[in-house]
Design a binder for this molecule. Structure first.
Ligand SMILES: Cc1cc2nc3c(=O)[nH]c(=O)nc-3n(C[C@H](O)[C@H](O)[C@H](O)COP(=O)(O)OP(=O)(O)OC[C@H]3O[C@@H](n4cnc5c(N)ncnc54)[C@H](O)[C@@H]3O)c2cc1C
Length: 497
């Protein structure tokens, strides 16, 4: 433990001392951080508008240490927030000032690559991209590819059920893992799933995936590996109208072709990305679609013709096929760098994440444009169009009083539009602290009670990542957006504000 600065509040100091003494029985002192300057790097995740210093950061490097930390915190009633790489965009890894931040950064080893069974056993702190890089010599890769894959951890991917460009064809994280080792809040180690494709009993693997660190701490993951396709091609289609681009997405999927990726960018995103990466994008286009096709050479040749003619039929003013591998990579580089590129044109941006049925894409994009005028804040759209997973980036300036609040209110409205058309308030970034109010809109109180019951079954004292992902019924009542079924106000006994 550092001796540089001791923790601020006297009441906290007592807890810190007791906890440090107890944890030091198994965790090396250098892995227990309490000095303010050591805690500072952990004060937020990718949703940097929300910040809070943890009481303590602990960096274990063995499963036994994680078990000891959880059992000790459980006994002392200290809340625990797990953290992977801290790239989450909904505040899931936001620390609690009275809690321990449990970093999995030292769990960074690939434990086994089993090429015969096409799987790998990895520790949770391994970066997403590092898995594909490690198995590339065997002609294999790990399919889910969040745009943050260079930095985000596979443990965070499981906790958020992350997606990416390739998830349209190959599924989300939940479809690409086989087993997990998880430490419970009491310090027990449980194994969920097997190396086989299915296991008896409740599907706890699916339950744990996307559980946002509320049910257990993931300490090992068995992932599926796929053979790299023989051939890959990408088409870039430019449209003079966002509506036409949205309709083209529905048309391509409706035709029975499942591209390996189908991404859309609107004009502000195109300009920002082009300025940043020089990807060769048409900066005057209202929208572009990037459509990746993979398979054998023959399949690709046929699909390129089919998709090209569908795009033109839907009104694409230009359709370009990447001339070579370098151009294909450059087309994708613009898309993958779109978030930081937008960060260069606005002091701040607020990234929303909602999913809608594909056929409503054009309608929802128009609604976002209307809301943008209402709120007086510009929006750049760059998203996984094939999955109907929207990522409106609301541009604002945190230095202007009230703009963050305005951006949050605008973002909330966008998510409510997603619900209106039969979609959901999260595609891949989770609920965290960001979307608690919209969960109240999406779910009935009976459903929320089931969520709380599941949480209590794993963590009865509510010490794992409390206050995230599932709102209390009181919070929903206060927000005034509790799901009302046939006019029956749920829990009329709860005071409204
Ligand atoms: C530029 C940028 C682009 C992005 N693009 C995408 C994208 O295309 N698709 C996508 O899905 N996401 C994307 N994200 C969001 C983010 O990268 C993902 O949510 C990612 O999975 C988070 O991983 P992490 O290791 O950073 O987790 P963290 O941010 O550290 O944590 C995320 C959540 O997981 C929990 N957690 C972390 N590790 C564990 C563990 N071992 N056990 C239990 N709980 C744990 C935390 O408590 C928290 O609730 C993007 C983010 C950025 C900044």
């Amino acid at each position: 433990m550092s001796e540089a600065t001791t923790i601020n509040k006297p009441s906290t100091a007592h807890v810190v001392n007791t906890l440090t003494k107890e944890l030091s029985r198994q965790v090396p002192p250098a892995s227990i951080l309490t000095a303010v300057e050591e805690l500072r790097p952990y004060e937020c995740d990718g949703l940097s508008a929300y910040r809070s210093l943890p009481m303590m950061v602990v960096l274990p490097d063995t499963i036994a240490q994680v078990q000891h930390i959880l059992a000790t915190c459980g006994r002392l009633k200290v809340p625990v927030v797990a953290r992977g790489a801290g790239t989450g965009l909904s505040g899931g890894a936001l620390p609690l000032e009275n809690g321990v931040l449990l970093s999995l950064a030292k769990f960074n080893k690939i434990l086994e690559v089993d090429t015969d069974n096409r799987l790998a056993r990895v520790q949770p702190g391994v970066r997403n991209l590092a898995i594909s890089q490690a198995v590339a010599p065997h002609g294999l890769y790990y399919a889910p590819d969040p745009s943050s894959q260079i930095a985000c951890s596979i443990g965070g991917n499981v906790a958020e059920n992350s997606g990416g460009v390739h998830c349209l064809k190959y599924g989300l994280t939940v479809h690409n893992i086989l087993a997990l080792k998880v430490c419970t809040m009491t310090g027990e180690l449980i194994t969920i799933g097997t190396k086989a494709l299915d296991s008896p009993g409740y599907d706890l693997l699916a339950l744990m995936t996307g559980s946002e660190g509320l049910l257990g701490v993931i300490v090992e993951i068995t992932v599926k590996l796929l053979p790299k396709p023989d051939s890959v091609q990408v088409l870039l289609a430019a449209f003079d109208d966002v509506q036409k681009a949205g309709d083209a997405v529905a048309e391509i999927i409706g035709s029975g072709i499942i591209p390996a990726g189908l991404e859309m960018m609107d004009n502000p995103s195109i300009r920002a990305a082009e300025d940043f990466v020089h990807a060769g994008y048409p900066t005057e286009a209202a929208a572009i679609l990037l459509c990746e096709l993979d398979g054998t050479e023959d399949e690709i040749a046929e699909q390129v013709i089919q998709v090209g003619s569908l795009l033109r039929k839907c009104g694409a003013v230009d359709v370009r096929k990447a001339k070579n591998e370098m151009e294909r990579t450059t087309f994708w580089a613009g898309r993958k760098a779109a978030f930081p590129a937008v960060g260069r044109i606005s002091p701040d941006y607020y990234c929303m994440d909602g999913t809608i049925p594909r056929k409503h894409l054009a309608h929802v994009l128009n609604r976002i444009e209307e809301l943008s005028k209402d709120y007086g804040l510009a929006v750049a759209n760059v998203f996984h169009a094939g999955d109907g997973n929207l990522h409106p980036l609301i541009l604002y300036d945190a230095n202007i009083p009230g703009e963050l609040e305005k951006a949050e209110a605008f973002g909330g409205k966008i998510l409510e539009v997603c619900i209106e058309v039969g979609g959901t308030i999260t595609g891949e970034h989770g609920v965290g602290v960001e979307k608690l109010n919209q969960v109240c809109v999406q779910f009935k109180s009976e459903e929320l009670q089931q969520f709380h019951a599941v949480k209590a079954a794993f963590d009865p004292a509510g010490l794992l990542n409390p206050g995230k992902a599932i709102p209390t019924l009181h919070r929903c009542a206060e927000f005034g957006a509790m799901h009302v079924h046939r006019g029956n106000l749920p829990h009329p006994d709860i005071p409204r504000f």
